[in-house]
Write a protein that binds this ligand. Sequence first.
Ligand SMILES: NC(=O)c1ccc[n+]([C@@H]2O[C@H](COP(=O)([O-])OP(=O)(O)OC[C@H]3O[C@@H](n4cnc5c(N)ncnc54)[C@H](O)[C@@H]3O)[C@@H](O)[C@H]2O)c1
Length: 283
Amino acid sequence: MTEGMLKDRVAIVTGAAGGFGRVIVQGLLAQGARVAALDVDDVGLSAMRPAMEGAGDRLLTIHADIADYAQCERAVDTTIRSLGGLHVLVNNAAVGMGVIRKDHMVNPIGIAEISPDTWSRFVAVNFTGAWQLTHAAVPHLLAQRWGRIVNVTTSFFTMLRGSFHPYGPTKAGLEAMSAGHAKEFEGTGITVNVVVPGGPADTPLVPEESGFRREDLIPASVMAPPIVWLCSDEANDVTGNRYVAAQWDVTMPAARAAEACRGPIAWPQLAQSPVWPGGKPDA
Ligand SMILES: NC(=O)c1ccc[n+]([C@@H]2O[C@H](COP(=O)([O-])OP(=O)(O)OC[C@H]3O[C@@H](n4cnc5c(N)ncnc54)[C@H](O)[C@@H]3O)[C@@H](O)[C@H]2O)c1
């Protein structure tokens, strides 16, 4: 990858103050991008600037709750006004099971422990939040015929496991939405891809009470190389893919590393034979 290859790009990263968010912001800044770091965590946002020395006015922090559509619209407007454009949206923010109970990995959470409000909040942040920012950003990306959307979902194992609700299903929804958006935006200059770490990672989303040794967890740093590459011109025609970041080999040229850890978004093999009047519809 060429040094400074994102110097003409502006990105919004949600959940920017979190474990992956900081790494993704740093990776994009290191390649010259201007970055709007969006989060609800004001303390985390303020801590970013000193940690990202040299970013200067290429780093903009925005307090916004992605569950609120008006705040998403405002964040997009502020980014375009303050950073001079918008090219990349990384939908990375989420709430994890630890907000219900920190020891949920060792003492599973059953349905009785999940209130309707908790269910709704997970859906609003993890699923609807990504849609809302996408909806607010897409008119601008379509108009310039260039855009990158990267959605951070989770392992299929986590989506389907027991006692991992509401988190797993919200991520399955985001995965399906990503597949649909990749198809919808084909040929428009907007690509849509998914990046997942590949398993539990060493971030605040995985509480200390989870029973893992932190050194056994996937390091947060694995998320930067695939996301930075997806934002580069080398990935202009790359859409509809899902990358497992822990399998990205940094010793390989980026395009080869990407090929080696790539699959399709979601579960397209199960979508091949709908019973449909007049034969199978176009995807
Ligand atoms: N850590 C893991 O093991 C793991 C595994 C698979 C996928 N993921 C995914 O990676 C992404 C990043 O997670 P992380 O591990 O860095 O977690 P994290 O908890 O460190 O970061 C999440 C960030 O999202 C922010 N956030 C929460 N609600 C928000 C809202 N309404 N509006 C704006 N920001 C909000 C939080 O304040 C936090 O800074 C998430 O989508 C998560 O589901 C994480």
